[in-house]
Design a binder for this molecule. Sequence first.
Ligand SMILES: [Zn+2]
Length: 235
Amino acid sequence: MGFNIYYYESKIECCCCKKKFTTYKVRPNRYKVVDQDTDFMPIYEGLNPILYEVSVCPHCGYAYHKSMTRTFGPFMQLIKEIYIKELQKPMNICEVRSLEDAIASFKLAYLVSRASMEEPLIMANFAIKIAWLYRLKKDSQSEMRYLQAAREFYSKSFASNKEGEEKLQYLYAELSLRIGDIEEAKKGFSQLISGRDVSAKYQKIARNRWEDYKYNNAIDHSKLILRAKGEIEDV
Ligand SMILES: [Zn+2]
């Protein structure tokens, strides 16, 4: 193909079937992080590189993400027995992807990782990214399902340092809030806000988020009361 200004072709040798293929990746100058959501979903200007993070082999269907660690030897044997065998026709999603394609690619990565029994943190990060893609697709029911799965995996995860642990604690509280488990959210945020060993950074992030939630909730609540009294119109 000719030169594409948005994507470059990454050359991959499949670590499962050993065949070669190329798959699109977003050129680094075609996106910029301009903001992030409260669960750390990056908000991009331009293209969204997350859609291209998982490489899916069009020959055998193996899905690879750079965070995976069990991609060799006995693990690959498990992947072949549990995942590849069950797979129908491998998808070809090596060029421009829709949100649907990207969701499918992460679901395949999730299945591969489940077969090779990757650490919960890796599973959690796949689940949350699937939830983000559903958020972009405005499918909130599916988003909630994957946020819930992500929360369960994060609750079983361990980080390698203190900041990582605090991030896990924050995400657990944040995802609890998003799925409507307010009790768990409150418990999680207050542990971060008042914990003596918690870094200033996470104390602040947690305090801002929880106060923001309470403030918005109070506004919603007073609107409900006024609406019930007939003092404001339904919108
Ligand atoms: Zn392959």
